[in-house]
Design a protein around this ligand. Structure first.
Ligand code: GLC
Ligand code: MG
Length: 680
């Protein structure tokens, strides 16, 4: 593999990057260098070129000049020249796109061997990647890192440079072979602002994070002393927040939450680590305003002796803060109005500290994946306080959340990232033979069915590979398409032939020519035809149903928590309110409301129809309530041994094979049963 990264912004170099020297010398460079290092460690990778923009600037350094190269191991840096000799911030790069494309072309023409793939970072690198695809047919991956449309939405105003950036992003997205997003929020909510990208080409691959500093963290005497100056009773559990003092981090919301809950104040202290300051007046205006607000709120609510807001800290104090909060039996809170990724939640997880996090943005993925805490609406102070109080009081939950942290470290490291990333590159660059005439169809649920036992999964995948010429493998899950795809990739399951997602409301087919998933438009139109979103929302709110996170709400799927209600009772209530819907409950906890006639069952029939397979050719496997309809509807269902929601005792599933083995081993057991009986 020869991978060519293009990242034009900022000051990119292999050693001692001067982070912060310009506004664009930041996170994306760190990401790229760490990715390149990890990528180079894979023996399949022969060469990695990092193409950036060169410039002359004596104050920054001579090593950034155009033509000045660098090399380390398999990694090389190439600096392109354009018509402007000096350093340019990203807003100034537009004028140079033409010249940079020419320089990039010249570099490519000069290579003895073309890269297998170009990977563009940030909008303007996308221009070069698109150019190389058009002239030399080199496929490319695009990583946005930060999106113009999201920025425009956040600050409510626009300017010419943001408009241009969005146009450039649209063009880069339009011809990209794949787009990498770091979270579901980015994949599903942020890219929804763009018209030229379809969901099937977006892949969530969480960035790697080096969490080793946090894993063995212990409280330090210094950090203890820094908070003890503020607190009357420093031995109480600590509610900890660590964030830059900027409005969107919503630290004031956290103080208000704490102030509003007297019983929380009785049992816990609040510690806010918000950057460093000498004098408030020296801070940037936004940071100063936020700090002043915090101090004013402490005063207004008379929280003296209960809230600590240390003036400054050293980088090595941060792990110690997490550890101090852990030792106190406390929680970490990230109350941001929107958090693109949520690195602090992983740091807390690595330090074994439970978290309460905003339900807006990346934290959704982290909590879903690591189960190390709970999500709350950042605009609801009472809920924030309640969530903290519950975790602190209920030691069982505390211990469960704290010990879940070790999974975070493994799930978010660069080696894991590299594995998924290189598989994507292999998928994009190697020929896969056209789909065969399938004779049979196997459809599996993901959570607690296909996944849950890694060893059994490996055996299942061996079986699947041997049978791939005859048996189409499909997924039917309650997860969204992106969430399904990312967990499958993380567990080493290669692209299935189709994915039925969001409890049957969405179908994507893997297109072997296009090398990506493509949405089944006919299913989508059928599904949305009778869907009355507003009416359902109104009834749900009248019934006082508690909503799942915003990302779980999709056209054709309104999702809530069951909270001790029953499906029959809800069915009657929706019916009498005049809504013709289908009620699906799972794990005694989840409630999905779907259009009548839509679900995993109908979706499997639709897929079989398109493949020209009769019902007798289908085997489906599942474990819980949202699999029930699909299991009932198929003549050859497998209920895995670890079933829940009464599936194993359901009279309407008397025809099912109830496996004694769990998870993927249960699927294999069921397949053997149907094959031996000769009826599949
Ligand atoms: C998945 C979905 C959730 C749904 C549940 C049960 O967890 O994310 O929205 O309610 O499955 O179908
Ligand atoms: Mg399941």
């Amino acid at each position: 593999m020869f991978i060519c990264h293009v990242a034009l912004q900022g000051c990119l170099t292999l050693t001692d990057v001067p982070y912060g020297i310009t506004a664009d010398t930041g996170g994306h460079i760190k990401y790229l260098l760490e990715l390149a290092e990890a990528s180079a460690d894979d023996p399949r990778v022969e060469r990695i070129d990092l193409v950036t923009r060169g410039f002359h600037d004596d104050t920054i350094g001579a090593q950034f000049a155009p033509g000045h190269g660098e090399a380390r191991g398999k990694i090389r840096v190439i600096r392109l020249g354009d018509d402007d000799p000096g350093y340019l911030p990203k807003e100034g790069l537009f004028e140079q796109h033409g010249a940079l494309c020419d320089a990039f072309q010249e570099y490519l023409d000069g290579l003895e061997r073309r890269p297998d793939l170009v990977h563009a970072h940030y909008a303007d690198a996308g221009v070069l990647a698109r150019h190389a695809k058009q002239t030399l047919a080199i496929p490319y991956i695009f990583t946005g890192h930060s999106l113009g449309a999201v920025k425009r939405q956040a600050n409510g105003k626009t300017d010419r440079s943001l408009d241009r950036r969005i146009e450039v992003e649209e063009a880069a997205l339009e011809t990209a072979d794949a787009v990498i997003a770091s979270s579901r929020d980015e994949a599903e909510a942020q890219y929804a602002h763009y018209t030229s990208i379809d969901a099937g080409r977006i892949r969530i691959i969480p960035p790697g994070c080096d969490l080793s500093r946090f894993e063995g963290a212990e409280p330090s005497r210094k950090v203890k002393a820094d908070v003890e100056r503020f607190l009357r009773d420093p031995d109480k559990p600590i509610i900890l927040a660590i964030a830059r003092p900027v409005f969107k981090k919503n630290l004031l919301g956290l103080v208000e939450a704490y102030a509003a809950d007297k019983s929380l104040q009785d049992i816990a202290n609040l510690v806010i680590v918000a950057g460093c300051r000498k004098r408030l007046s020296d801070l940037e205006p936004e940071c100063r305003d936020v700090c002043e607000e915090l101090i004013r709120a402490v005063d207004a609510h008379d929280l003296y002796g209960k809230v600590a807001y240390p003036k400054s800290h050293e980088p090595e104090d941060i792990p110690a803060y997490y550890a101090l909060a852990r030792e106190s039996g406390g929680v970490f809170v990230n109350p941001a109005l929107n958090e693109p990724f949520g690195l602090t939640l992983l740091e807390a997880a690595a330090a074994r500290l439970p978290v309460v996090a905003t339900d807006s943005g990346g934290p959704n993925d982290i909590i879903e994946r690591c189960q190390n805490g709970v999500l709350v609406c950042p605009k609801d102070p009472l809920k924030i306080a309640e969530a903290c109080r519950k975790i602190i009081v209920n030691r069982r939950d505390w211990v469960r959340f704290a010990s879940a942290g070790k999974d975070a470290v493994a799930a978010y490291d660069w080696v894991a990232h590299r594995g998924i990333y290189h598989q994507l590159i292999v998928d994009l660059t190697t020929f896969r033979s056209p789909a065969p005439e399938w004779k049979r169809l196997l459809v599996c649920d993901i959570d607690n069915t296909l996944l849950g036992d890694r060893e059994a999964l490996r055996e299942f995948l061996d079986w699947q590979q041997k049978n791939a010429g005859e048996v189409a493998l499909g997924i039917a899950t309650g997860r969204s398409f992106h969430s399904a795809q990312s967990i499958l990739a993380a567990e080493g399951v290669s692209n299935p032939d189709f994915i039925i997602s969001s409890v049957g409301t969405c179908i994507h087919w893997y297109d072997r020519d296009a090398r990506c998933f493509v949405e089944d438009g006919s299913w989508t139109s059928r599904m949305t035809a009778g869907w009355e979103a507003d009416k359902i929302a109104r009834i749900a709110s009248d019934l006082g149903l508690r909503s799942q996170a915003a990302l779980e709400q999709r056209p054709g799927k309104a999702s809530f928590f069951l909270d001790n209600r029953t499906a029959d009772e809800l069915d009657a209530q929706f019916r009498s309110a005049g809504a013709d819907v289908q009620i699906v409950t799972s794990h005694g906890r989840y409630l999905d409301i779907l259009p009548r006639g839509i679900g995993k069952d109908a979706a499997v029939m639709h897929v079989a129809d398109r493949l020209g397979l009769t019902q007798a050719r289908i085997v489906v496997a599942g474990d819980s309530g949202n699999d029930r309809a699909m299991l009932r509807a198929c003549p050859h269902p497998i209920v895995v041994g670890n079933w829940s929601d009464g599936l194993g005792k359901d009279p309407a599933l008397s025809h099912a094979y109830i496996a004694s083995a769990s998870h993927a081993a249960g699927i294999l057991e069921g397949l053997r049963h149907y094959q031996e009986a000769g009826n599949w």
